[in-house]
Design a protein around this ligand. Structure first.
Ligand SMILES: [Zn+2]
Length: 290
């Protein structure tokens, strides 16, 4: 599923190509994309509009249009935006032709991706503010901010990271990678992280997202950039999807468990399980062997 680095990759590639261009024509072939809005009404509203700016917030892709309206898109599971593909690829849901002759195609096999039109910048801000918190790459996302977010939270830290209303843009891949880098067990209650772990987690989130952007995203569910090229971050995963393989730090076998309802990967040695509620410690395998 595209996360912050994948959407950022799309924006960096696409913005210089589409900003200042106008929508010559648009066909919404799948009404589910913009429901409950009427696809014909959305097409009429977008036709002829100049794209002033293309940007990202969290995992949302946002086109700010000349009239003050904005189109807010979310790729969800399998959405992809392609620039000048050969013909219309299979599963093309939306076709946009620009006034410079170039073509955009929204391709989405599972059809969960969305496009939502808002009438003005105020409505745009309200839409995003209702759904998204600060993202780790925001300069205001300090250790103090993260500590404040985590304070008193009993939810496992993995679920805490995935909650877009607490921090925006981090999904399953980057959560696993960041927790490994910070040496934090995914099931540890977020509120029990100490000052050092909070700082480590903040740095690890930022580093994982930046590495993902540098690798132009990760391709595991068919994600492609706007030129149809796969990302490469999946080749750099430290623990995510690496169950049964050695931890890159210590060689211990990476294991998979379920946290926050998601397949979660960790090194049981680098990310020790938190002590139980009573504080009782189970004897470790090393101790039993004497
Ligand atoms: Zn390890």
């Amino acid at each position: 599923m595209p996360e912050l680095p994948e959407v950022e990759t799309i924006v960096r590639q696409l913005a210089p190509r589409v900003e200042g261009r106008a929508v010559r024509d648009i066909v919404i072939a799948d009404p589910r994309w913009c429901e409950p809005a009427d696809p014909r009404a959305v097409e009429d509203a977008l036709r002829g509009q100049r794209i002033d700016a293309l940007r990202r917030r969290g995992k949302y892709l946002i086109a700010e249009l000349g009239s003050g309206t904005a189109l807010i898109c979310h790729l969800r599971m399998t959405g992809t935006v392609l620039y000048d593909p050969d013909g219309d690829p299979p599963h093309t849901r939306v076709r946009i032709d620009l006034d410079d002759g170039h073509r955009l195609r929204w391709v989405d096999p599972r059809r969960f991706g969305t496009g939502h039109l808002v009438p003005d910048r105020e409505a745009l801000d309200a839409y995003l503010d209702a759904r998204l918190a600060l993202e780790p790459l925001d300069p205001r996302f300090t250790a103090d901010h993260l500590r404040e977010l985590a304070r008193g939270r009993r939810a496992p830290v993995k679920a805490f990271i995935l909650d877009q209303r607490r921090m925006a843009g981090v999904g399953n891949i980057y959560a696993d990678e960041a927790l490994f880098r910070a040496r934090i067990h995914p099931l540890r209650p977020a509120g029990t992280l100490n000052r050092r772990q909070i700082e480590a987690l903040r740095e690890a989130l930022i580093a994982s997202l930046k590495d993902g952007i540098d690798a132009r995203g990760a391709t595991i569910d068919g994600y492609r950039d706007v030129d149809g090229v796969s990302g490469s971050f999946q080749d750099r995963f430290l623990v995510h999807r690496r169950a049964g393989r050695p931890c890159p730090e210590c060689g211990t076998t990476v294991v998979k468990l379920v946290a926050a309802g998601r397949g979660t990967y960790l090194c049981p040695r680098c990310q020790p399980r938190p002590r139980t509620r009573t504080g009782a410690r189970r004897p470790s395998a090393v101790n039993r062997r004497g």
